[in-house]
Design a protein around this ligand. Structure first.
Ligand code: ADP
Ligand code: MG
Length: 215
């Protein structure tokens, strides 16, 4: 069993912030087509603030719950767009799964993935097929859980989850949005990937990459 410490989680948030910063322009361009062109900025502000706040925690005294709750609060404070409360809720749910644990194991991480995705769904009330980030997060979390239940390692389970998330994000091209800003576009949104689903793939890729070394 893998032992995931506060330091691992601090490094994970830095990794996500760096990856999102690299993808900022692409995410803004995607949002420019079907939204208001700020998704890359929102995600960069959110994860930069989360990574900074989390990095300032003392690993010897901060448990994983404090890491996730600190990230949630910083993300919410930094982001005015609709992705703010969605990711803040997801991060709070991750914190709740970690409650009382001084470190996390592989199963905790898979649980956190599920709770994270469910948090986004509960907060935004979007279902699969409505052209939102849920179209990436929900199938990714479900596939990760299914792989783990069949005996896959954490790294393999995350890789399986990533593949499902990528397929889910790609599928948003053929969807008409019924939630969020792009729902005003109707059929004009057809043919374009949802920016929130695209950024979800960036975050899930970081998860896969971060835990790959555990095998
Ligand atoms: P805003 O639309 O306020 O500018 P962002 O640009 O940061 O916010 O985020 C847009 C993304 O948020 C969309 O691409 C979509 O994936 C996601 N989104 C919007 N509304 C919802 C919702 N109700 N549930 C889940 N995701 C949503
Ligand atoms: Mg936007």
């Amino acid at each position: 069993m893998t032992t995931i410490t506060t330091q691992d989680l601090q490094a994970l948030f830095v990794r996500i912030a760096e990856a999102i910063a690299r993808e900022k322009d692409r995410l803004c361009e995607l949002d420019g087509v079907i939204g208001d062109a700020d998704h890359g900025i929102a995600m960069e502000l959110g994860f930069a603030a989360a990574a900074k706040a989390v990095s300032e925690l003392e690993p010897a005294t901060a448990d994983p719950t404090l890491v996730f709750n600190t990230a949630a609060k910083s993300f919410l404070n930094a982001v005015g767009a609709s992705s703010g409360p969605l990711y803040a809720t997801a991060l709070m749910r991750a914190g709740a799964i970690a409650k009382g644990k001084s470190s996390l194991n592989d199963d905790d991480m898979v649980e956190i993935f599920s709770a994270f995705a469910k948090g986004i769904q509960d907060r935004g009330k979007a279902e699969i097929g409505e052209k939102t980030m849920v179209d990436a997060w929900a199938p990714a979390a479900a596939a990760c859980r299914a792989a783990r239940d069949q005996g896959s390692s954490l790294a393999e389970s995350l890789a399986t989850g990533l593949k499902a998330g990528e397929a889910g994000a790609e599928a948003t091209k053929d969807m008409i949005a019924t939630k969020g800003r792009s729902s005003r576009l109707g059929e004009r949104a057809l043919g374009h990937i949802d920016p929130g689903a695209a950024s979800a793939v960036v975050v899930i890729t970081c998860l896969r990459d971060h835990f790959m070394r555990y095998g």
